[in-house]
Design a protein. Structure first.
Length: 516
């Protein structure tokens, strides 16, 4: 076929409705891993937990971009092909549909009795009178009417095809809006402990994912502070421990000089500020410690976020790093139980996600934390064990609030002073959000219209017979199941014809013969 022929063949295959449906199915299938597996752009903490729980499977899934599905090259390829296929399939149909709407209704078939809906009757009115009444009746029912050769042709129902085209055009707009949001928007994650806040700057985010066309200067200058967080759980019965409500009391400023406002941050009730939406993602506990070094000085005092290991009981683990301790730096690996109880083996476990009996166990290390080397480190992991850091003490019994663990070899002491709660939030600025919502609403209206409205055609033929009578034939064709409208039209035509005066002329007689 030559190069041009192959290109035409490829374009016809790509823009066929079958290909568009296949690509739409592939997009739906490709989105499944993004819904099942945690995504870095939404919750990187859960991605890290998945790697810890699936040390062999996690790296393989990561190679296939399963933790960044919607930013993966293979997903973008399917997405772009779907966009091109829909555009090439729908846009030519719009022009053809416009021409069809302006065209004359189809000519009257020769044999109306073969149509799915047909009727015939005789009347004393003339053919001209019958066709005139038919035209008026069909126009009153919003048909497009054309007449000629002793018949009337009428058609309506193009709104159904219009709705179908609007649906597909809205899908194109929806795809474009999603792409625009991905190019010009951003998404960032922040962990906030009670009493702390953040400003909308790049350095404040724990994870930040900008669009390809996004610039740091586009960040709105708002700030948010978490005052208090409260999680409510079922206390008794078979649903004990089931969460019923998460409530974060926050204060925010839309601009540095703006008045501070309050907001109750809940699940699915995001805070809207600076064109962005702030969603509540997760929560946990941040035990507070006071660490004294070997010289008796307070080297660290504050809260440390621990990550939940068990989402049902919120048993959590975390790391405390004390780089200012002297003579050697200190580090601790800890496990926190919100409601500590003993299991059958006598080991501490958490029996309830609420903090009814908070306890913590720590394992101490001393040496070099490696923070001065400039190499990035995870705040949830101690690096350099056992090369730079040596174990010095393992807490034999879990510590209650107020308990102090003295470190051997004069390394210092650590006191468990209490706990705070933390929340993780995601800040999402998507400029394509509103266009995508409008496109989705229009698409739903369009597809509903295409299902409710069907194309209908009606033909009326009238011819004179002997005795001054007129034979009227009516035929109807409906796309899909027949509708009662055809019977209503026939009954109305019968009634209108009966109301007309009978013609006394016999069309077979000449005027001279009638006069004689």
């Amino acid at each position: 076929m030559g190069l041009l022929g192959w290109l035409r063949w490829g374009w016809r295959q790509l823009t066929s409705m079958r290909t568009a449906l296949i690509l739409l199915f592939l997009v739906a299938m490709a989105a499944v891993p993004g819904s099942v597996l945690p995504q870095r752009g939404i919750n990187p903490d859960k991605v890290n937990q998945y790697f810890e729980s699936h040390k062999n499977l996690g790296p393989w899934l990561d190679r296939m971009s399963m933790f960044d599905v919607f930013a993966a090259p293979w997903f973008a390829a399917i997405y772009i092909l779907l966009f091109v296929s829909l555009a090439g399939c729908v846009i030519p149909r719009v022009w053809k549909h416009y021409r069809a709407m302006r065209a004359r209704p189809p000519a009257t078939p020769r044999n109306l009795g073969r149509l799915p809906q047909s009727a015939s009757y005789e009347t004393g009115a003339t053919p001209e009178e019958v066709l005139g009444e038919a035209r008026e009746l069909l126009r009153g029912r919003r048909f497009r009417v054309d007449s000629g050769d002793g018949s009337v042709a009428a058609e309506k129902g193009y709104l159904g095809e219009t709705g179908n085209l609007i649906f597909h055009l809205a899908l194109l707009v929806l795809l474009f809006a999603v792409g625009m949001g991905g190019a010009f928007g951003y998404r960032g994650n922040v962990l906030l402990t009670e009493g702390t806040g953040f400003s909308n700057t790049l350095t404040s985010y724990d994870a930040f994912k900008p669009g390809r066309q996004f610039g740091a200067g586009q960040l709105s200058p708002f700030s948010v502070t978490l005052d208090d967080f409260k999680a409510t759980y079922v206390a008794q019965g078979p649903q004990r421990g089931q969460a019923t409500e998460f409530l974060g009391k926050v204060r925010y400023k839309p601009a540095p000089l703006a008045k501070e406002r309050s907001y109750d941050l809940r699940v699915n009730h995001p805070l809207k500020v600076g064109g962005a939406k702030i969603y509540l993602l997760g929560h946990g506990y941040a035990p507070t410690f006071r660490v004294r070094d070997g010289k008796g000085q307070i080297a660290y005092e504050g809260a440390v976020p621990f990550l939940p290991m068990d989402p049902k009981t919120l048993t959590s683990e975390g790391v405390v790093k004390v780089p200012d301790a002297r003579p050697q730096q200190l580090g601790f690996i800890g496990v926190f139980w919100p409601t500590a109880v003993a299991n059958e083996q006598g080991r501490a476990v958490s029996g309830y996600p609420g903090a009814a009996n908070p306890m913590v166990a720590l394992q101490g290390f001393k040496g070099d934390l490696g923070l001065d080397s400039g190499t990035p480190q995870s705040v949830y992991k101690l690096e350099g064990i056992p090369v730079r850091l040596k174990p010095i003490r393992m807490a034999v019994n879990p510590m209650k609030i107020g308990d102090t663990m003295t470190l051997p070899q004069g390394a210092g002491a650590v006191t468990f002073t209490g706990y705070k709660e933390w929340i993780s939030v995601t800040v999402n600025d998507d400029p394509g959000r509103v266009p995508a919502l409008l496109a989705a609403v229009i698409a739903i209206l369009g597809i509903a219209t295409s299902f409710l409205v069907r194309r209908r055609r009606v033909w009326v033929r009238a011819r004179a017979t002997g005795g001054g009578r007129t034979v009227v034939e009516v035929g109807g064709l409906t796309l899909g199941a027949p509708t009662p409208e055809f019977d209503e039209i026939v009954e109305r035509l019968r009634g209108d014809a009966a109301a007309l005066p009978e013609s006394s002329e016999d069309p077979r007689e000449s005027p001279e013969e009638t006069k004689e």
